[in-house]
Design a protein around this ligand. Sequence first.
Ligand code: ZN
Length: 283
Amino acid sequence: MTTPTPWRLANAAGRAVLVIDDGVYDLECHSAGRYGSDPMEALRHHDGLGALAASLVGTPADGPLVLADLGPPVPRPQKIFGVGLNYRDHAAESAMELPAEPLVFTKFPNCLSGPAADVPVHGTRTDWEAELVVVIGRRGRDIAVADAWDHVAGLTCGQDISDRRLQLAVKPPQFSLGKSYDGFGPTGPVVASLGCFADPTDLGITCERNGEVVQAARTSGMIFPVAELIAYLSSICTLEVGDLIFTGTPDGVGMARGVFLGDGDVLRTIIQGIGTMVNVCRA
Ligand code: ZN
């Protein structure tokens, strides 16, 4: 596992920006054009972002980091994988057996939104799922577990918003559509590079609904850890720069509580070392 110089990358009104403390730095301007403005392009050259971020320390920021201005930090991934039942306690609360292999579904890229975007509520069974999201930074196929973290650009927060009615309307369940309504994939606020973490395999993850903590866990509780997911997925699909892996949610989702999202509900999603998303639900 490599730990290069830390950097944080965000998407401010469609432009790639580096985030240092509470300020933003336009990537194209501050790199004298070496990097373009596209956050997807920045990920292709993420190896150089640490040096640029280090050189900007002490330089006045272009402006403050404003959550409401941010779009999804990876706006146009080729693929978004979701992993179901990847925490023991969540499998138990869902009354599901532990999967013998990763249970993988798709969230279509139309679902992506930013860290302060409204979450649309469809019907009466729209649910939350706070998740660590892995951002692929190096293309690969048949990646070994030992090499897997070298293919990761960084980590971000995600909400795998789920319409349980649609997900469970048929048997076997159809995860992909029930999790792919427009706006069902808030992500952000930043992609944080691996250098931002003492141990990227053990991060606190929290979800609050209207100020009440509903999920609180550590990512070290995954049944299939990040490196194993990358090895597994890359044995089937070539992973491309910008591909996202929603790594599964810990226990405490609404379905297990008999509580679902409604108009005006506020979801806060926090992952240690990455940041906080605040999404308001709208019927
Ligand atoms: Zn999920």
